[in-house]
Design a binder for this molecule. Structure first.
Ligand code: GLV
Ligand code: MN
Ligand code: MN
Length: 410
């Protein structure tokens, strides 16, 4: 059997190798079913097959490896995370969880349980290309209908067309639904924050994932000549947007436990000598309490309207996501916590501010998550990293978890 530290080293090496497959040279950018995803599938497929799994790609573009149980008609445990990235990403967000799932099966070295294991590389979690996250996991829970398929990216390509361009059949996306006989879903993921590092511990057990609201906000004014238009008659969309972004930061800071972010601004016409006629922005608001999140969003939208009225602008606010907070399943999480203790570590429970496929899967089946320490608390950045020894701990915990799950079924 391969040693844990060697396999952990391989896992990190594989994640770094996948980082070469990007839409951009010199940076990791891999959005939903973009061309480099073909090569990523090919590599991960190889590792899954080497672990004894049979591998398919469903019609939402999720890569799925299946390792059978020791008996026919057995239930299965799903283990996964996502293969897409944010622009100029790190090498581990999502990817680590997929590579680790395949490695965990490799570690079994042919050993079988009363349940099968399905490892999943979700095609989309970040919501970069279509403004809506979780396309891959939504397909698994049967929530990928016409409305989702009709969404269009910045180039006007629909989800339906993107699926077809990848060589899949959007009409068959319904077949991506998870097996009815699923025991639950487990996800390994880097923490993407500083908590585990500050506690000097390699892994943590996730209790809940914060809810998220995402909007597209458009301020419209009037583009005009920057040299000839007096300041008092301007209708500058970007100046209004800037005032509002300041309010987003202030209100976010003033709401304990909340985070509020404008991460993208597109200005038109976008010339140094033209007054901005429009500013299109993203808004991302998160909080563990859905009522607090909704209240904060309402205040921010009202503030956008007030700014627009005062500046003779118009503003439109289109909701793209209202994802409630999700608690992880107590029974599956108990097994995971037990696996941490049996591996010789103390349990640290924490909430996730980042969204994860687990929060979608939890709508359909018990879900649990294990976080790995993020050195420097850095993520969604090329400096994102993980310690090989922490990956070895996670593999050990994963193995204990499988054994505990087996015991719970006897
Ligand atoms: C996913 O990384 C998120 O935005 O939470
Ligand atoms: Mn991410
Ligand atoms: Mn992620």
């Amino acid at each position: 059997m391969i040693a844990l530290d060697v396999l952990a080293e391989n896992v990190v090496g594989r994640c770094r190798l996948l980082a070469d497959w990007s839409e951009e040279t010199g940076a990791i950018t891999r959005t939903f079913l973009s061309p480099p995803m073909h090569a990523v599938h090919q590599h991960v497929r190889g590792w899954m097959e080497r672990s004894g799994m049979s591998v398919t790609v469903d019609h939402a573009g999720n890569l799925r490896g299946f390792y059978p149980a020791d008996r026919p008609s057995a239930p299965r445990l799903l283990i996964g995370s996502h293969l897409d990235t944010v622009p100029r990403a790190g090498a581990l967000d999502g990817i680590l969880g997929v590579v680790l799932a395949a490695a965990l099966v490799e570690l079994l070295d042919g050993r079988r349980f009363r349940f099968g294991i399905e490892a999943i590389g979700f095609s989309e979690e970040e919501g970069v290309r279509f403004g809506t996250p979780f396309i891959g996991s939504r397909a698994l829970i049967g929530d990928a209908g016409d409305e989702l398929l009709a969404l269009r990216d910045a180039a006007g390509v629909s989800v339906r067309e993107a699926i077809a361009a990848f060589g899949l059949d959007p009409a068959r996306i319904g077949e991506a639904q998870a097996d009815r006989n699923a025991l639950g879903y487990l996800e390994f993921h880097i923490e993407q924050g500083p908590v585990l590092e500050s506690l000097d511990t390699p892994v943590g057990v996730v209790e809940a994932i914060s809810g998220q609201s995402r909007y597209e906000i458009v301020f419209e004014g009037k583009a005009n000549h920057a040299g000839t238009t007096p300041m008092n008659v301007r209708r500058d969309a970007l100046a209004g947007a800037a005032e509002w972004i300041g309010a987003v930061e202030r209100e976010g800071r003033g709401t304990p436990g909340a985070v509020a972010t404008v991460g993208r601004v597109a200005v038109s016409p976008g010339a140094s000598n033209a007054i901005p006629g429009s500013a299109v922005m993203s808004l991302d608001v998160r909080h563990a309490d859905d009522n607090v999140r909704h209240g904060l969003v309402q205040r921010l939208l009202q503030c956008a309207n007030e700014i627009a009225a005062r500046r003779c602008l118009t503003v439109s606010c289109e909701q793209q996501l209202d994802q409630p907070s999700v608690a992880m399943d107590p029974s599956l999480t108990h097994l995971l916590a037990r696996a941490v203790v049996l591996s010789g570590w103390s349990i640290h429970r924490l909430a996730s501010g980042a969204g994860h496929d687990a929060m979608v899967m939890a709508r359909r089946m018990p879900a649990a998550m294990l976080f790995l320490r993020s050195p420097g608390g850095i993520s969604h950045h090329s400096d994102e990293t993980v310690l090989v020894e922490d990956v070895a701990v996670a593999l050990g915990v994963g193995m204990r978890f499988l054994e505990e799950l087996e015991r719970s079924l006897v």
